[in-house]
Unconditional design. Structure first.
Length: 284
């Protein structure tokens, strides 16, 4: 068995999947496989993926559309590598991706990294240029998701402990981060960009109702509540907030900011201010 399996769910990606596959192969170590899970019926995407004849590529096509979460779970359940990575069929893996992220697994069970956003006529723009520790992510994730799913590499054991991709939902990466933390995994975000993250008009995260769908999703709410309680932020639940619209008093929100490193506090303050509603402090 290979040491690393890279999983690429693909649907309606005929124009981009071949480039995504070739860039991933260029970045992958030799002891690795790339599983392209075509969520069919999608003949165009399947044909584009099969144009790459590298023996490390396995193309699997579903006869019916299962959804991204089910594609990821099926790929997990039918492979047995020690390490698992995720990439997207419209993104680009930069050549140094795994040379940067794999060594970080010595200090964490889940590793993500920076990305360069491009597309839709915009100039390429790098993401937040600092790393984030597992402690910082635990504090920030109830307010913001600063991680690129398509940059992830993780131990299979950590994904199994979190029961990753078990239930279809509107934000499978966000649910995974929260459940992985809750089940004892360390997650880090590296500063180095390792992917080109393509912006497109069809992205789910760009849909007008995306945040409402996240807030209403039972699985997202379950993971959010469970991490708030396990992660020492029970007031998020007590205050009646929910994913996408947490609530906190000035003191509670300031304590979150104070819990991150000084160099991260401006970033934390900006994102918390954008996401959280501020409640009046209880009367003495």
């Amino acid at each position: 068995m290979p040491k690393l399996t890279v999983i690429m769910p693909a649907y309606r990606a005929g124009a981009t999947v071949e480039t995504a596959v070739r860039s991933t192969l260029l970045a992958m170590p030799r002891d690795a496989e790339l599983v392209v899970s075509v969520d069919g019926p999608d003949a165009e995407t399947e044909a584009a993926a099969r144009r790459v004849t590298d023996p490390r590529v396995v193309v699997r096509a579903n006869s019916r559309n299962l959804g991204t979460v089910a594609c990821m779970r099926a790929a997990l359940d039918t492979t047995d590598s020690e390490l698992v990575a995720r990439t997207d069929a419209d993104d680009i893996s930069l050549p140094w991706r795994f040379r940067v992220t794999l060594p970080a697994l010595r200090e964490a069970e889940v590793v993500c990294a920076g990305g360069i956003r491009f597309g839709q006529g915009r100039l390429p723009r790098p993401s937040y240029p600092r790393g984030l520790t597992s402690t910082e992510l635990g504090l920030l994730l109830p307010f913001v998701n600063p991680l690129f799913h398509s940059s992830m590499v993780a131990t299979r054991a950590s994904l199994e402990a979190a029961d990753a991709y078990a239930v279809p939902n509107a934000a499978e990466d966000y649910v995974l981060w929260l459940d992985a933390l809750r089940t004892g995994s360390r997650i880090v975000k590296l500063a180095t960009p390792v992917i080109g993250y393509r912006l497109s008009a069809t992205q789910l995260s760009g849909a007008p109702d995306y945040h409402d769908r996240i807030a209403a999703d039972p699985e997202v709410n379950r993971a959010w509540r469970e991490w708030a309680l396990a992660g020492g932020l029970p007031w998020l639940v007590d205050n009646g907030g929910r994913p996408g619209s947490p609530q906190g008093t000035p003191g509670q929100l300031d304590a979150v900011v104070a819990g991150v490193r000084p160099g991260t506090r401006r970033y934390a303050r900006r994102n918390i201010a954008a996401a959280a509603g501020v409640m009046a402090a209880p009367a003495c």
